[in-house]
Ligand binder design. Structure first.
Ligand SMILES: Cc1ncc(COP(=O)(O)O)c(C=O)c1O
Length: 399
């Protein structure tokens, strides 16, 4: 790959990030230290949530959220098929049955209608639903919550693409992660995402009990809260004081902790989020402008009214039959011109594991979206002129 190759996504690591991580590595505690709480407080405050729980990755965040809702083998969870497979796997790890929701073929987003259609397939009953803000565009949470809440269906937002995305709420703008319509929102801080911890995840919520449960479950199920101890004779000394070594596991948990040095990176990246958002918005605007009326076989993904997105991805939807080239050929030709692309996503219900569970399931919206989707390069280190280069290359390849 040449120096000027543009991958579809890439992290931005600054000197401030390097210094923050180096400082963290010199502290006495590399994990379960003070930087975890500092990062959580800063993250919650940034998105306007009561609590943020840091963990090892976005998939762990989704699993923790599902466990906090008490989901298990008796539950049905509605999950988006047009997403990364973790949107379904996170709740499925609890043993819950997954019923997939289709999407709008032009946005890839779950809608009120696809939510209701999945609910009907589930026999009218579901305990929870995972709603993904694909690409950083927002699903219509108000409409979905209006259907979910009266039926007692708990909502988890898969916000892994959507830090920095804002939406109109009660006459003001709110951030994705503020959980205005959901119980919890899950974020990934994988390197291609808008901010990174290397590997990392966060769950935000306004429910302190859910946050407390997730903090216990992310660390083996271990509780150190004396008021909840069950084995009182082991927990307390004869004078009533807590034995200093004592801890209790009342339900199994996992090792889903984030390290202090990854939280140091997360904190430092959070401090640069405004700049990252600004660059992503500028590049999206540039692509939107260059691609308007560009080619009859290409559509861009529209933004919902009342949403101010920070895009994680910039997919175009290409009618490959119309241009007479396969997607693999287009990708190879773009690659030869120094442009990396990727496909987000193969519908999860078509993955062999889930296919076997429901071989006949037909979700045409997701298939239609998938057949056309191609993500173009988008990351803050790109210049506007790089977006121009991408579109020039597309022009050459599409003819
Ligand atoms: C929509 C979505 N959900 C969940 C995840 C899982 O995040 P992680 O890779 O941090 O486990 C990702 C990451 O790729 C994602 O894109």
């Amino acid at each position: 790959m040449t120096d000027d190759f543009l991958p579809y996504g890439k992290q931005t690591i600054t000197q401030a990030d390097l210094d923050a991580v180096a400082r963290a590595l010199q502290q006495p505690l590399l994990t379960t230290g003070p930087l975890v709480g500092e990062f959580e407080t800063a993250f919650a405050s940034r998105v306007g949530a009561g609590e943020a729980v840091a963990c090892s990755n976005g998939t762990a965040a989704l699993h923790l959220a599902a466990m906090a809702l008490g989901l298990g083998p008796d539950d049905v969870v509605l999950a988006p098929t047009q997403s990364f497979m973790a949107s379904a796997n996170g709740p499925h790890y609890t043993g819950a049955k997954i019923v997939f929701m289709d999407c709008d073929p032009d946005t890839g987003l779950v809608t009120r209608e696809t939510f209701l259609a999945a609910l009907e397939r589930a026999g009218g009953k579901a305990s929870a639903a995972v709603i993904v803000h694909l690409n950083g565009e927002m699903a219509d949470m108000a409409a979905i919550a209006a259907e979910a809440q009266p039926r007692g269906i708990r909502l988890i937002e898969d916000a892994c693409h959507a830090i920095g995305t804002r939406f109109a709420h009660d006459g003001a703008m709110a951030d994705v992660g503020s959980c205005k319509y959901s119980d919890m929102a899950c974020f990934s801080l994988h390197p291609v995402k808008t901010i990174t911890m290397g590997e990392g995840g966060v769950v935000t919520t306004n429910d302190a009990a859910l946050a407390s449960d997730m903090r216990i479950k992310r660390s083996h199920g271990i509780s150190r809260e004396p008021s909840g101890f069950v084995n009182k004779d082991m927990a307390f000394d004869s004078d009533g004081s807590v034995n200093p070594w004592y801890h209790e596991m009342q339900a199994p948990g996992f090792n889903y902790r984030a390290t202090d040095f990854s939280c140091a990176l997360g904190l430092s990246q959070l401090g640069q989020l405004d700049h990252f958002i600004e660059r992503r918005k500028a590049l999206k605007a540039r692509y939107d402008q260059l691609l308007a009326g560009f080619h009859p076989s290409i559509a861009v993904v529209p933004t919902a009214q009342d949403c101010d997105p920070c895009r994680h991805l910039y997919p175009v939807l290409i009618d490959f039959a119309l241009i007479g080239k396969s997607r693999a050929t287009v990708m190879a030709e773009l690659h030869a011109l120094g442009i990396g692309t990727q496909v987000h996503y193969i519908p999860v219900h078509l993955q062999p594991y889930y296919r076997e569970l429901d071989p006949e399931l037909d979700l045409p919206g997701a298939v239609r979206y998938y057949e056309r989707a191609l993500s173009l390069p988008l990351y803050p280190l790109m210049q506007d002129s790089d977006a121009d280069r991408v579109v020039d290359a597309l022009r050459k390849v599409l003819g």
